[in-house]
Design a protein around this ligand. Sequence first.
Ligand code: HEC
Length: 179
Amino acid sequence: MHKTILVALLLAGSIFPAMLLASPTASGIGQTPTSAQISNWNVDVSASGAGLPPGHGAVAQGQLLYAARCAACHGTSGAGGPMDRLVGGAGSLTAAKPVKTVGSYWPHATTLFDYIRRAMPFDSPGTLTNDQVYAVTAYLLYLNGIISESTIMSAKTLPSVVMPNRDNFTEDDPRPDAP
Ligand code: HEC
């Protein structure tokens, strides 16, 4: 490589980062995200159900989806594994070996939607539509005996589902000098 070019490259390499540090707003790098881009990431759903998207799903649709996309890891009826057990364990939390599942342990049904939408299927998270997430949520709640087979899950109905273990969580502030 020609010596002058090499020197120029070296100079550019050291000056350019310095410019970035000195004036981050004038770097010309990056762009303001659009609201559509932000909404793709802004998917958190609170316990109250705030943030649940439009859409709905039925138990029967969830059953089909579960068989195709979940059963390989969670067992045909959700209780077999090989990965986390999702069904059963009711009343076992005070036993020597508690069986913690969505049905026996989780305090809010809304969290189930949030978790599945962002994390499952484990090998391809983010690939389910909102309707599919509502449907498989409905199916898991049904398998746990928490909703009936005909209940449709949506932003309206999901927050009103009462999970069996809901009242056994405390919201006390753990800090010793908490106000
Ligand atoms: C490739 C395997 C795999 C597939 C497919 C899969 N899961 Fe999972 N799932 C896991 C693993 C592993 C965990 C534990 C993840 C962790 O603890 O971080 C998990 C955890 C979960 C949990 C939380 C369990 C708990 O009590 O903490 C739920 C709910 C769940 N999966 C639902 C689903 C649903 C619904 C589907 C289908 C749409 C699905 N999973 C597909 C592997 C899988």
